[in-house]
Design a protein around this ligand. Structure first.
Ligand SMILES: NC(=O)c1ccc[n+]([C@@H]2O[C@H](COP(=O)([O-])OP(=O)(O)OC[C@H]3O[C@@H](n4cnc5c(N)ncnc54)[C@H](O)[C@@H]3O)[C@@H](O)[C@H]2O)c1
Length: 255
């Protein structure tokens, strides 16, 4: 049985990495998928590959920090597929700022993508969800919401904010039958992690990262996507306000 049959799922940051995997798993589970991303070229390629599998796909270059573009994008999805049942706020970026040198504009740039965009996207799907009395929002947070490391200032603040937003929004919309959850990945093999490891001062950073992994390996985007699609589906009908770790056990490790 397909868990997302007849559902419309919007995935932000869907051109590559975890977002692309979420779109693939949602389509496999029967959903019509709408893909938003800044990178129009990669987005077209990803959408083409998905469509070739027979999936119902709608791809739109949208900057999720731009409220006008988000509102227009959500309206276009509703026109294409009739409604939006699931929103996955996945678009995000890393940050490696110095707490003194960081400018106010750089701060805003990070929080606009990693936190405010989730508010904007939710705002423009919730009217329909509340009206129909159902829907599911999944926010891709991070292990950094709980535990962090030096050199990634202030990523942990933005992702902690996203988990707080998840709790707060879950309570606001629960009376309307809408569920809101977070998924917090640990190390997942994507361009974001490759960039982190490449920029690390320690050339053995990857070996150190692997040494700390209880399961002995870095996760895959599809391993995150499976949990996201479970939470998005009716199989998780009593789960709301939660933050699900997909980190191979790294977040429970003390030593
Ligand atoms: N990879 C990991 O190990 C890891 C761990 C924890 C959390 N996360 C989170 O998972 C999410 C996806 O990460 P990833 O590793 O797949 O990253 P990625 O960089 O491979 O993909 C992110 C996608 O988001 C898009 N994007 C960025 N800003 C955007 C904007 N303003 N509007 C629309 N699209 C935008 C990018 O173009 C890109 O396609 C992020 O929120 C990230 O913080 C990743």
């Amino acid at each position: 049985m397909q868990r997302l049959a007849d559902k419309t799922v919007v995935v932000t940051g869907a051109a590559r990495g975890i977002g692309q995997a979420i779109a693939e798993v949602a389509a496999r589970e029967g959903a019509a998928v709408a893909l938003f991303d800044l990178d129009a070229v990669a987005l077209a390629e990803t959408a083409g590959e998905l469509a070739a599998t027979g999936a119902r796909v709608f791809a739109l270059p949208v900057d999720v920090t731009d409220e006008g573009a988000v509102a227009d994008g959500m309206s276009q999805v509703v026109r294409a597929f009739g409604r939006i049942d699931v929103l996955v706020n996945n678009a995000g970026r890393n940050v490696y700022a110095d707490p003194v040198a960081m400018t106010s504009a750089e701060w805003d740039g990070v929080f606009d993508v990693d936190l405010k965009a989730a508010f904007l996207c939710a705002k423009h799907v919730l009217a329909g969800m509340k009206e129909r009395g159902g829907g599911s929002i999944v926010n891709i947070a991070s292990l950094h919401a709980k535990l962090t490391c030096a050199g990634m200032y202030p990523y942990a603040a933005a992702k902690s904010g996203l988990v707080g937003l998840t709790r707060s929004l879950a309570l606001e919309v629960a009376p309307f039958g809408v569920r809101v959850n977070a998924v917090s990945p640990g190390y997942i093999r994507t361009a974001l992690v490759d960039e982190y490891l490449a920029g690390h001062a320690d050339p053995d950073a990857e070996r150190e990262v692997l040494r700390a992994q209880p399961l002995g390996r870095i996760g895959t985007p599809h391993e995150v996507a499976e949990t996201v699609c479970f939470l998005a589906s009716d199989a998780a009908s009593y789960v709301t306000g939660a933050d699900w770790a997909v980190d191979g056990g790294l977040g429970v490790r003390f030593a």
